[in-house]
Design a protein around this ligand. Structure first.
Ligand code: IMP
Length: 442
Protein backbone atom coordinates (compact mmCIF):
# COMPACT_ATOMS: atom_id res chain seq x y z
CA UNK A 1 0.00 0.00 0.00
CA UNK A 2 1.42 3.38 -1.00
CA UNK A 3 -0.10 5.03 2.05
CA UNK A 4 2.10 2.97 4.36
CA UNK A 5 4.84 5.37 5.44
CA UNK A 6 7.45 2.63 5.44
CA UNK A 7 6.78 1.84 1.79
CA UNK A 8 6.42 5.33 0.41
CA UNK A 9 9.03 7.42 -1.33
CA UNK A 10 10.02 11.01 -0.73
CA UNK A 11 11.21 13.92 -2.85
CA UNK A 12 13.22 16.95 -1.78
CA UNK A 13 12.77 19.82 -4.23
CA UNK A 14 14.10 23.38 -4.27
CA UNK A 15 11.29 25.93 -4.50
CA UNK A 16 13.37 28.99 -5.37
CA UNK A 17 16.38 29.52 -7.66
CA UNK A 18 18.60 26.83 -6.20
CA UNK A 19 20.99 26.57 -3.27
CA UNK A 20 18.14 26.21 -0.77
CA UNK A 21 20.06 23.76 1.39
CA UNK A 22 18.48 20.66 -0.13
CA UNK A 23 21.71 18.73 0.38
CA UNK A 24 21.43 18.87 4.13
CA UNK A 25 17.78 17.77 4.14
CA UNK A 26 18.56 14.91 1.75
CA UNK A 27 21.41 13.91 4.01
CA UNK A 28 19.18 13.93 7.09
CA UNK A 29 16.19 12.21 5.43
CA UNK A 30 18.26 9.83 3.32
CA UNK A 31 19.15 7.52 6.17
CA UNK A 32 15.48 6.46 6.39
CA UNK A 33 15.54 5.50 2.72
CA UNK A 34 17.28 2.82 0.69
CA UNK A 35 18.41 4.89 -2.29
CA UNK A 36 18.92 8.59 -2.98
CA UNK A 37 18.15 9.29 -6.63
CA UNK A 38 19.05 12.24 -8.85
CA UNK A 39 16.82 12.80 -11.84
CA UNK A 40 17.86 16.08 -13.49
CA UNK A 41 20.67 18.50 -14.19
CA UNK A 42 24.34 17.72 -14.07
CA UNK A 43 27.47 19.24 -12.61
CA UNK A 44 25.76 22.65 -12.55
CA UNK A 45 24.27 21.70 -9.19
CA UNK A 46 26.22 21.89 -5.99
CA UNK A 47 25.08 20.26 -2.79
CA UNK A 48 27.17 20.93 0.24
CA UNK A 49 26.76 19.24 3.58
CA UNK A 50 28.61 19.38 6.88
CA UNK A 51 29.38 16.12 8.64
CA UNK A 52 31.09 16.33 12.00
CA UNK A 53 32.23 19.87 11.24
CA UNK A 54 33.78 18.83 7.91
CA UNK A 55 32.30 20.38 4.75
CA UNK A 56 31.74 18.21 1.67
CA UNK A 57 30.50 19.42 -1.72
CA UNK A 58 29.20 17.22 -4.52
CA UNK A 59 28.04 18.29 -7.96
CA UNK A 60 27.01 15.06 -9.66
CA UNK A 61 27.06 12.30 -7.09
CA UNK A 62 23.82 12.08 -5.08
CA UNK A 63 24.13 13.04 -1.43
CA UNK A 64 23.18 9.44 -0.59
CA UNK A 65 26.84 8.54 -1.12
CA UNK A 66 27.53 9.82 2.40
CA UNK A 67 25.02 7.42 3.96
CA UNK A 68 26.22 3.90 4.73
CA UNK A 69 24.01 1.23 3.18
CA UNK A 70 22.11 3.73 1.01
CA UNK A 71 22.48 3.56 -2.78
CA UNK A 72 23.35 6.79 -4.64
CA UNK A 73 21.62 6.59 -8.03
CA UNK A 74 22.17 8.89 -11.01
CA UNK A 75 19.01 8.54 -13.07
CA UNK A 76 18.55 8.68 -16.84
CA UNK A 77 17.49 12.33 -16.76
CA UNK A 78 20.88 13.56 -15.55
CA UNK A 79 23.55 14.76 -17.98
CA UNK A 80 26.89 13.40 -16.83
CA UNK A 81 30.28 15.01 -17.29
CA UNK A 82 32.35 11.83 -16.86
CA UNK A 83 35.59 13.66 -16.08
CA UNK A 84 33.90 15.60 -13.29
CA UNK A 85 32.25 12.43 -12.02
CA UNK A 86 35.54 10.55 -11.74
CA UNK A 87 37.23 13.55 -10.10
CA UNK A 88 34.41 13.69 -7.58
CA UNK A 89 34.54 9.94 -6.94
CA UNK A 90 38.29 10.03 -6.35
CA UNK A 91 38.04 13.12 -4.15
CA UNK A 92 35.48 11.44 -1.91
CA UNK A 93 37.44 8.20 -1.76
CA UNK A 94 40.57 10.13 -0.76
CA UNK A 95 38.59 11.48 2.19
CA UNK A 96 37.50 8.01 3.25
CA UNK A 97 33.97 7.99 1.78
CA UNK A 98 32.81 4.58 0.49
CA UNK A 99 31.50 5.12 -3.05
CA UNK A 100 30.57 1.50 -3.83
CA UNK A 101 26.83 2.36 -3.64
CA UNK A 102 26.98 4.63 -6.69
CA UNK A 103 24.79 3.49 -9.60
CA UNK A 104 24.74 5.27 -12.96
CA UNK A 105 21.95 4.96 -15.50
CA UNK A 106 23.06 3.49 -18.80
CA UNK A 107 20.47 5.79 -20.43
CA UNK A 108 21.90 9.04 -19.04
CA UNK A 109 23.49 11.40 -21.54
CA UNK A 110 27.12 12.49 -21.54
CA UNK A 111 28.39 16.05 -21.34
CA UNK A 112 31.37 16.20 -23.71
CA UNK A 113 34.20 18.78 -23.67
CA UNK A 114 32.68 20.48 -26.74
CA UNK A 115 29.42 21.05 -24.84
CA UNK A 116 31.32 23.21 -22.36
CA UNK A 117 32.95 25.13 -25.22
CA UNK A 118 29.56 25.64 -26.80
CA UNK A 119 28.02 26.80 -23.52
CA UNK A 120 30.81 29.36 -23.06
CA UNK A 121 30.68 30.49 -26.70
CA UNK A 122 26.92 31.03 -26.54
CA UNK A 123 27.24 32.96 -23.30
CA UNK A 124 30.04 35.15 -24.69
CA UNK A 125 28.02 35.91 -27.79
CA UNK A 126 24.83 36.62 -25.82
CA UNK A 127 26.83 38.67 -23.31
CA UNK A 128 27.96 41.02 -26.06
CA UNK A 129 24.27 41.87 -26.52
CA UNK A 130 23.65 42.03 -22.76
CA UNK A 131 21.62 38.81 -22.97
CA UNK A 132 23.79 36.24 -21.21
CA UNK A 133 21.89 33.76 -19.04
CA UNK A 134 24.78 33.53 -16.61
CA UNK A 135 25.04 29.75 -16.95
CA UNK A 136 27.49 27.70 -14.94
CA UNK A 137 29.25 26.92 -18.26
CA UNK A 138 29.19 23.24 -17.41
CA UNK A 139 27.76 22.37 -20.84
CA UNK A 140 24.32 21.55 -19.46
CA UNK A 141 22.16 23.33 -22.07
CA UNK A 142 24.12 22.05 -25.10
CA UNK A 143 24.09 18.47 -23.76
CA UNK A 144 20.31 18.51 -23.28
CA UNK A 145 19.93 20.17 -26.70
CA UNK A 146 21.89 17.31 -28.30
CA UNK A 147 19.76 14.79 -26.43
CA UNK A 148 16.70 16.38 -28.05
CA UNK A 149 18.47 16.51 -31.46
CA UNK A 150 19.21 12.73 -31.17
CA UNK A 151 21.90 12.64 -33.86
CA UNK A 152 25.31 13.25 -32.33
CA UNK A 153 24.29 12.63 -28.73
CA UNK A 154 26.25 10.17 -26.57
CA UNK A 155 24.79 8.11 -23.76
CA UNK A 156 26.47 6.19 -20.94
CA UNK A 157 25.57 2.93 -22.68
CA UNK A 158 27.62 4.06 -25.72
CA UNK A 159 30.73 4.34 -23.55
CA UNK A 160 30.68 0.63 -22.80
CA UNK A 161 31.22 -0.55 -26.37
CA UNK A 162 34.42 0.69 -28.07
CA UNK A 163 33.12 0.38 -31.61
CA UNK A 164 29.84 2.12 -30.87
CA UNK A 165 31.62 4.86 -28.94
CA UNK A 166 33.94 5.55 -31.87
CA UNK A 167 30.98 5.79 -34.25
CA UNK A 168 29.09 8.09 -31.89
CA UNK A 169 32.02 10.40 -31.21
CA UNK A 170 32.93 10.62 -34.91
CA UNK A 171 29.34 11.46 -35.81
CA UNK A 172 29.16 14.08 -33.05
CA UNK A 173 32.44 15.67 -34.14
CA UNK A 174 31.28 15.81 -37.78
CA UNK A 175 28.11 17.62 -36.75
CA UNK A 176 29.84 19.96 -34.32
CA UNK A 177 32.77 20.76 -36.63
CA UNK A 178 30.34 22.06 -39.22
CA UNK A 179 28.99 24.43 -36.56
CA UNK A 180 32.27 25.34 -34.82
CA UNK A 181 35.08 25.23 -37.34
CA UNK A 182 38.54 25.14 -35.75
CA UNK A 183 37.29 23.44 -32.58
CA UNK A 184 40.73 21.98 -31.78
CA UNK A 185 41.20 18.90 -29.63
CA UNK A 186 37.65 19.16 -28.28
CA UNK A 187 36.46 18.15 -31.75
CA UNK A 188 39.12 15.55 -32.49
CA UNK A 189 37.51 12.10 -32.14
CA UNK A 190 40.83 10.36 -31.38
CA UNK A 191 41.67 12.80 -28.59
CA UNK A 192 38.18 12.61 -27.13
CA UNK A 193 38.17 8.82 -27.12
CA UNK A 194 41.66 8.73 -25.60
CA UNK A 195 40.51 11.06 -22.82
CA UNK A 196 37.46 8.90 -22.15
CA UNK A 197 39.38 5.58 -22.04
CA UNK A 198 40.55 5.52 -18.40
CA UNK A 199 37.37 7.23 -17.26
CA UNK A 200 35.18 4.51 -18.73
CA UNK A 201 37.13 1.82 -16.93
CA UNK A 202 36.72 3.73 -13.67
CA UNK A 203 32.93 4.03 -14.09
CA UNK A 204 32.02 0.73 -15.78
CA UNK A 205 31.20 -1.19 -12.60
CA UNK A 206 28.74 1.49 -11.48
CA UNK A 207 26.65 1.49 -14.68
CA UNK A 208 23.33 -0.37 -14.81
CA UNK A 209 19.71 -0.11 -15.91
CA UNK A 210 18.63 2.09 -13.02
CA UNK A 211 14.96 1.98 -14.10
CA UNK A 212 14.73 -1.71 -13.24
CA UNK A 213 16.97 -1.24 -10.22
CA UNK A 214 14.55 1.34 -8.76
CA UNK A 215 11.46 -0.71 -9.57
CA UNK A 216 13.04 -3.82 -8.04
CA UNK A 217 13.69 -1.83 -4.85
CA UNK A 218 10.09 -0.56 -4.83
CA UNK A 219 8.79 -4.10 -5.34
CA UNK A 220 10.74 -5.13 -2.24
CA UNK A 221 9.01 -2.39 -0.24
CA UNK A 222 12.10 -0.17 -0.17
CA UNK A 223 11.89 3.62 -0.02
CA UNK A 224 13.48 6.00 -2.50
CA UNK A 225 14.45 9.61 -1.90
CA UNK A 226 14.48 11.80 -5.01
CA UNK A 227 17.00 14.60 -4.77
CA UNK A 228 16.12 17.60 -6.95
CA UNK A 229 19.02 19.56 -8.41
CA UNK A 230 18.79 23.27 -9.35
CA UNK A 231 15.23 24.32 -8.42
CA UNK A 232 11.64 25.00 -9.46
CA UNK A 233 12.08 28.61 -10.61
CA UNK A 234 14.92 27.36 -12.85
CA UNK A 235 12.74 24.60 -14.38
CA UNK A 236 12.92 24.82 -18.18
CA UNK A 237 9.12 24.67 -18.53
CA UNK A 238 7.90 26.34 -15.35
CA UNK A 239 10.68 28.71 -14.29
CA UNK A 240 11.63 32.24 -15.26
CA UNK A 241 12.36 31.34 -18.91
CA UNK A 242 14.78 31.94 -20.60
CA UNK A 243 16.76 32.52 -17.39
CA UNK A 244 16.45 28.89 -16.35
CA UNK A 245 18.41 25.69 -16.58
CA UNK A 246 17.78 23.12 -19.32
CA UNK A 247 15.95 20.41 -17.37
CA UNK A 248 12.74 19.90 -15.40
CA UNK A 249 14.20 20.73 -12.04
CA UNK A 250 10.82 20.65 -10.27
CA UNK A 251 9.26 17.41 -9.05
CA UNK A 252 7.71 17.12 -12.50
CA UNK A 253 11.09 15.88 -13.73
CA UNK A 254 11.06 12.81 -11.48
CA UNK A 255 9.06 10.35 -13.63
CA UNK A 256 10.82 11.27 -16.88
CA UNK A 257 14.25 11.40 -15.25
CA UNK A 258 14.04 8.05 -13.45
CA UNK A 259 11.24 5.94 -14.93
CA UNK A 260 9.42 5.94 -11.57
CA UNK A 261 5.82 7.24 -11.60
CA UNK A 262 4.88 9.95 -9.10
CA UNK A 263 2.30 7.64 -7.53
CA UNK A 264 5.20 6.15 -5.54
CA UNK A 265 6.10 9.52 -4.02
CA UNK A 266 3.89 10.35 -1.06
CA UNK A 267 6.01 13.00 0.68
CA UNK A 268 7.23 15.98 -1.34
CA UNK A 269 9.26 18.41 0.70
CA UNK A 270 9.62 21.82 -0.92
CA UNK A 271 12.72 23.52 0.38
CA UNK A 272 12.96 27.29 0.66
CA UNK A 273 15.43 29.59 2.32
CA UNK A 274 13.99 31.99 4.88
CA UNK A 275 14.99 34.64 2.30
CA UNK A 276 15.73 34.47 -1.46
CA UNK A 277 18.91 34.06 -3.50
CA UNK A 278 19.63 33.75 -7.18
CA UNK A 279 22.79 33.15 -9.22
CA UNK A 280 22.97 34.41 -12.79
CA UNK A 281 20.64 36.74 -14.64
CA UNK A 282 16.85 36.96 -14.61
CA UNK A 283 14.04 38.59 -12.67
CA UNK A 284 14.15 38.62 -8.87
CA UNK A 285 11.42 40.93 -7.54
CA UNK A 286 12.64 41.00 -3.91
CA UNK A 287 16.36 41.53 -4.60
CA UNK A 288 18.19 43.81 -2.14
CA UNK A 289 21.22 45.47 -3.71
CA UNK A 290 22.20 47.27 -0.54
CA UNK A 291 23.80 46.82 2.88
CA UNK A 292 21.03 44.46 3.98
CA UNK A 293 21.66 42.22 0.98
CA UNK A 294 25.39 42.28 1.75
CA UNK A 295 24.78 41.38 5.38
CA UNK A 296 22.62 38.37 4.48
CA UNK A 297 25.13 37.28 1.82
CA UNK A 298 27.98 37.27 4.34
CA UNK A 299 26.04 35.61 7.15
CA UNK A 300 24.58 32.98 4.84
CA UNK A 301 27.90 32.39 2.99
CA UNK A 302 25.97 33.07 -0.20
CA UNK A 303 28.64 32.25 -2.77
CA UNK A 304 28.08 29.56 -5.42
CA UNK A 305 29.19 26.00 -4.58
CA UNK A 306 29.80 25.35 -8.27
CA UNK A 307 31.14 28.67 -9.56
CA UNK A 308 32.04 30.68 -6.43
CA UNK A 309 29.94 33.59 -7.76
CA UNK A 310 28.36 35.89 -5.13
CA UNK A 311 24.65 35.17 -5.05
CA UNK A 312 22.01 37.85 -5.43
CA UNK A 313 20.08 38.18 -2.19
CA UNK A 314 16.56 39.37 -1.29
CA UNK A 315 13.56 39.00 1.00
CA UNK A 316 11.40 35.90 0.88
CA UNK A 317 8.98 35.95 -2.08
CA UNK A 318 5.77 34.25 -0.98
CA UNK A 319 4.09 34.75 -4.37
CA UNK A 320 6.85 32.76 -6.05
CA UNK A 321 6.87 30.19 -3.25
CA UNK A 322 3.15 29.54 -3.45
CA UNK A 323 3.45 29.07 -7.22
CA UNK A 324 6.37 26.67 -6.78
CA UNK A 325 4.51 24.73 -4.09
CA UNK A 326 1.56 24.37 -6.46
CA UNK A 327 3.67 23.14 -9.40
CA UNK A 328 5.36 20.50 -7.25
CA UNK A 329 2.33 19.42 -5.23
CA UNK A 330 4.42 19.69 -2.09
CA UNK A 331 3.17 18.10 1.11
CA UNK A 332 5.55 19.92 3.47
CA UNK A 333 7.73 23.00 3.47
CA UNK A 334 11.33 22.79 4.62
CA UNK A 335 12.59 26.23 5.62
CA UNK A 336 16.36 26.60 5.75
CA UNK A 337 18.89 29.18 6.92
CA UNK A 338 16.42 30.76 9.35
CA UNK A 339 19.38 31.51 11.65
CA UNK A 340 20.82 33.88 9.01
CA UNK A 341 17.94 36.34 9.59
CA UNK A 342 18.62 36.59 13.33
CA UNK A 343 19.23 40.14 14.58
CA UNK A 344 17.26 42.06 11.94
CA UNK A 345 14.75 44.52 13.42
CA UNK A 346 12.18 43.83 10.73
CA UNK A 347 11.50 41.01 8.31
CA UNK A 348 9.81 41.70 4.99
CA UNK A 349 7.72 39.14 3.12
CA UNK A 350 6.63 39.73 -0.48
CA UNK A 351 2.89 39.03 -0.77
CA UNK A 352 2.13 40.61 -4.14
CA UNK A 353 3.56 42.19 -7.26
CA UNK A 354 2.56 45.68 -8.35
CA UNK A 355 2.26 45.68 -12.13
CA UNK A 356 1.00 48.28 -14.62
CA UNK A 357 -2.43 46.68 -14.23
CA UNK A 358 -2.57 46.65 -10.40
CA UNK A 359 -1.42 44.25 -7.69
CA UNK A 360 -1.40 40.52 -8.36
CA UNK A 361 -0.57 37.61 -6.07
CA UNK A 362 0.10 35.29 -9.01
CA UNK A 363 3.54 34.48 -10.43
CA UNK A 364 4.10 35.80 -13.95
CA UNK A 365 5.17 33.68 -16.92
CA UNK A 366 6.83 36.60 -18.70
CA UNK A 367 10.30 37.14 -17.27
CA UNK A 368 10.48 40.66 -18.66
CA UNK A 369 7.23 41.63 -16.98
CA UNK A 370 8.40 39.99 -13.76
CA UNK A 371 11.59 42.06 -13.90
CA UNK A 372 9.48 45.24 -13.96
CA UNK A 373 7.13 44.51 -11.04
CA UNK A 374 7.47 46.19 -7.68
CA UNK A 375 7.31 43.82 -4.72
CA UNK A 376 4.52 44.48 -2.21
CA UNK A 377 5.67 43.63 1.31
CA UNK A 378 4.23 42.76 4.66
CA UNK A 379 6.52 43.59 7.58
CA UNK A 380 6.96 41.56 10.74
CA UNK A 381 9.16 42.07 13.82
CA UNK A 382 12.53 40.32 13.63
CA UNK A 383 13.92 37.87 16.19
CA UNK A 384 17.01 37.98 18.36
CA UNK A 385 19.27 35.47 20.04
CA UNK A 386 21.07 32.33 18.88
CA UNK A 387 18.53 29.81 17.50
CA UNK A 388 21.03 27.17 16.37
CA UNK A 389 20.22 24.98 19.37
CA UNK A 390 16.46 24.86 18.63
CA UNK A 391 15.13 21.33 18.05
CA UNK A 392 11.41 22.00 18.49
CA UNK A 393 9.22 24.85 17.33
CA UNK A 394 8.74 25.89 20.96
CA UNK A 395 12.53 26.47 21.26
CA UNK A 396 12.29 29.31 18.71
CA UNK A 397 11.59 32.93 19.72
CA UNK A 398 7.95 33.95 19.27
CA UNK A 399 8.82 36.34 16.43
CA UNK A 400 10.57 33.55 14.49
CA UNK A 401 7.56 31.25 14.97
CA UNK A 402 5.22 34.00 13.77
CA UNK A 403 7.36 34.48 10.68
CA UNK A 404 7.17 30.76 9.89
CA UNK A 405 3.43 30.67 10.55
CA UNK A 406 2.89 33.50 8.09
CA UNK A 407 4.89 31.60 5.45
CA UNK A 408 2.83 28.42 5.85
CA UNK A 409 -0.42 30.38 5.89
CA UNK A 410 0.36 32.18 2.65
CA UNK A 411 1.79 29.15 0.85
CA UNK A 412 -0.99 26.92 2.19
CA UNK A 413 1.30 24.02 3.10
CA UNK A 414 2.53 23.07 6.60
CA UNK A 415 6.15 23.48 7.59
CA UNK A 416 7.71 20.08 8.18
CA UNK A 417 11.33 20.95 8.82
CA UNK A 418 13.25 24.06 9.83
CA UNK A 419 17.02 24.16 9.49
CA UNK A 420 18.74 26.39 12.05
CA UNK A 421 22.42 25.77 11.27
CA UNK A 422 24.69 23.94 8.85
CA UNK A 423 25.21 20.70 10.77
CA UNK A 424 22.87 17.75 10.16
CA UNK A 425 21.80 17.86 13.83
CA UNK A 426 20.66 21.50 13.63
CA UNK A 427 17.08 20.89 12.57
CA UNK A 428 13.55 21.27 13.92
CA UNK A 429 11.29 18.36 12.97
CA UNK A 430 7.96 20.19 13.20
CA UNK A 431 5.79 17.49 11.63
CA UNK A 432 7.49 14.26 12.69
CA UNK A 433 8.82 13.65 9.19
CA UNK A 434 12.19 12.33 10.30
CA UNK A 435 12.25 8.62 10.99
CA UNK A 436 14.13 6.97 13.84
CA UNK A 437 17.39 6.59 11.95
CA UNK A 438 17.43 10.26 10.94
CA UNK A 439 16.56 11.51 14.42
CA UNK A 440 19.21 9.41 16.13
CA UNK A 441 22.00 10.16 13.69
CA UNK A 442 23.21 13.34 15.38
P1 IMP B 1 22.99 26.21 -16.44
O1 IMP B 1 22.19 25.24 -15.64
O2 IMP B 1 24.49 26.10 -16.20
O3 IMP B 1 22.64 26.23 -17.90
O4 IMP B 1 22.64 27.69 -15.91
C1 IMP B 1 21.36 28.28 -16.11
C2 IMP B 1 20.97 29.14 -14.91
O5 IMP B 1 20.66 28.30 -13.81
C3 IMP B 1 22.07 30.09 -14.41
O6 IMP B 1 21.45 31.26 -13.92
C4 IMP B 1 22.71 29.31 -13.28
O7 IMP B 1 23.33 30.16 -12.35
C5 IMP B 1 21.47 28.64 -12.68
N1 IMP B 1 21.75 27.41 -11.98
C6 IMP B 1 21.91 26.19 -12.49
N2 IMP B 1 22.07 25.28 -11.51
C7 IMP B 1 21.98 25.93 -10.36
C8 IMP B 1 22.02 25.52 -8.99
O8 IMP B 1 22.15 24.34 -8.64
N3 IMP B 1 21.91 26.52 -8.08
C9 IMP B 1 21.71 27.82 -8.42
N4 IMP B 1 21.65 28.24 -9.68
C10 IMP B 1 21.78 27.30 -10.64
Amino acid sequence: MKSDREHASTAVIGLQWGDEGKGKLVDVLGRDHDAVVRYNGGANAGHSIVIGGERFAVHLIPVGVFLPGVLAVIGNGVVIDPETLVRELEGLEARGIDTSGLRISSRAHIVMPYHKLEDAAREERAGADGKAIGTTRRGIGPAYADKAQRRGAIRVIDLLDAQRLRERVEEACRIKSAMFPGGGEELDPKMLIARLGPIIERLRAHVCDTTYLLHDLLAQGRRLLFEGANATLLDVDHGTYPYVTASNASALGIPAGTGVPMSHVSTIIGVAKAYSTRVGAGAMPTEQVNALGDRIRERGREYGTTTGRPRRVGWIDLVALRYAAMINGITHLGVTLLDVLEGLDELHLCVGYRTGGGVTNRFLPDGRELARVEAVYETMPGFFGDISGARQMSDLPKEARNYLTRIEEFVGVPIGLVSVGPDRSQIVDAAGILGARAVNSG
